[in-house]
Design a protein around this ligand. Structure first.
Ligand SMILES: Cc1ncc(COP(=O)(O)O)c(C=O)c1O
Ligand SMILES: N[C@@H](CCCC[NH3+])C(=O)O
Length: 443
């Protein structure tokens, strides 16, 4: 397993993250457990911010909280001076509860409800990324009722197809997101927005997809957006102050993945902006981005305890862990691949090929196929790397399994940032209707 950030093998032959022995974490917090390397998260935030500073452009780096949104994470993002992108009232609520400055919150989503729009207007967030005509009209009306003028970007689909899994590719014409540039709806949206009284149109947003390894897609998107911006300025006199190129920067899950350093992505984007703007035809806009996965993805490791094994001679050996698709649905959803190691026997050589199964009542609940490990025993600790993004965020209670706790580790210290769910949480929202036998009557 590739060791990301501060992860290393210590003198006891154990995996250590943030200066804390993984076996100690297991003893203290139990498994499954999401462990975040805080120094790596902060390091990634700084890589983005520094790279943009180096460009000399005005910028905002908004962490896409959908990747991993908990209050402690919002605190880190604030402390690192970044903005925050939310896509639901739940993410917005989390950010506000964490004391995240509302004026640095951007609100995304293709179907924001009236309640969500009201909540965000009341909180005085910094910017709405408007996805469609209905939302544009609704937002203008609600802002008018509340006597506020809200800042907006329009999400446009530039017709750029990112080379990634089709479910996480979003920049193409056939997408549920945004105003299409190709069929003229993006142009009409700018016309409409620029005439509304309660919105201030800052510019446009484009997000082409996720887990992208090349800069070409970003460059193409920047060029297309620039062409659009020039057309809009020429034909209807509207000048964009902000161009947001979204997120999508890839990370290394496995050996075959070849992400570029953050600075290379940022340079490609800022160069593309400089190449296309900054003349008399178009003043230099502010550039915004929304990285999610690349901030937290490889900073996360999930620790599991090995339970049962099933050997089918000549076919396969299954090794089951105490979690699975409930804490990491990505293999089942996207055929995502992961690396793993035995955290308690990290220096031992691999001797067998096993497949890691989850504990859900579902054949598709497989975390890793064909993994080389030392001979695995019940009670071993399996560490799966790169689980920081879209794992806790997409976790479920399928089979009524309790969601694991989350800890941050740094400089030899571990802090619980999300408690493991309890059985009380599991039944907490259940109600037995009055017409059914009540608990007191069942004993
Ligand atoms: C609009 C938008 N911005 C930002 C992101 C974050 O993407 P990533 O986690 O790949 O950086 C996404 C998710 O793909 C998104 O849909
Ligand atoms: N959930 C996806 C990423 C989606 C990004 C949101 N537009 C993943 O795990 O890869």
């Amino acid at each position: 397993m590739y060791l990301h950030g501060t992860s290393k093998i210590n003198d006891q032959g154990h995996l250590e993250i943030g200066g804390v022995d993984a076996t100690r974490l297991v003893a203290e917090y139990g498994t499954p457990l999401y462990v975040f390397d805080e120094a790596l998260v902060r390091g990634r935030c700084r890589e983005f911010v520094e790279a943009f500073k180096a460009s000399g452009l005005k910028f905002q780096v908004a962490y896409a909280s959908k990747a991993f949104c908990v209050m402690a994470m919002c605190r880190i993002v604030d402390e690192e001076g970044m903005s925050l992108d939310v896509v639901s009232d739940g993410e917005l609520y989390t950010a506000l509860q964490a004391g995240f400055p509302a004026d640095r919150i951007h609100f995304h989503g293709n179907n924001k409800t009236i309640d969500e729009l009201e909540m965000a207007i009341d909180a005085k967030i910094g910017c709405f990324v408007v996805d469609n005509f209905i939302e544009l009209q609704m937002l203008d009306a609600i802002a008018g009722e509340k006597r506020q003028k809200v800042k907006i970007l329009l999400r446009i689909t530039p017709g750029v197809e990112a080379h990634t899994h089709e479910y996480i590719s979003t920049g193409q014409t056939d997408s549920k997101f945004g105003f299409d540039m190709g069929n003229g709806s993006a142009f009409r949206a700018v016309q409409e927005a620029s005439q509304l009284r309660n919105v201030e149109l800052l510019g446009v947003h484009s997000h082409i997809g996720s887990q992208i390894f090349e800069v070409e897609g970003f460059r193409m998107a920047a060029e297309k957006v620039a062409g659009f911006a020039v057309q809009v300025r020429k034909e209807i006199g509207v000048t964009f102050k902000v161009i947001n190129l979204g997120g999508g920067f890839g990370i290394r899950y496995v050996n075959e993945d070849s992400p570029l350093p953050v600075a290379v992505y940022v340079k490609a984007i800022t160069d593309a902006i400089k190449d296309n703007f900054g003349s008399n035809d178009f003043p230099m806009p502010e550039i915004w981005v929304e990285p999610g996965r690349s901030i937290v993805g490889d900073a996360g490791t999930t620790l599991y305890t090995v339970g049962t094994t099933k050997d089918i001679p000549g076919v396969r050996k299954y090794v089951a862990v105490d979690g699975g698709m409930t804490d990491n649905p990505r293999p089942a959803l996207y055929d995502a691949v992961y690396e793993a190691m035995l955290a308690n026997r990290a220096t031992e050589q691999p001797t067998e090929v096993v497949s890691i199964a989850g504990k859900c009542c579902e054949s598709g609940d497989m975390l890793i196929w064909d993994l080389n490990l030392p001979k695995v025993n019940s009670g071993d600790v399996l560490a799966v790397s790169c689980t920081g993004a879209y794992n806790y965020a997409m976790a479920s209670n399928y089979n009524r399994i309790r969601r694991p706790g989350v800890i941050f580790v740094k400089d030899g210290q571990s802090d619980l940032v999300v408690k493991r769910e309890t059985f009380e949480n599991i039944v907490g929202n259940d109600i037995i209707p009055a017409r059914m036998k009540q608990l007191s009557e069942t004993v």
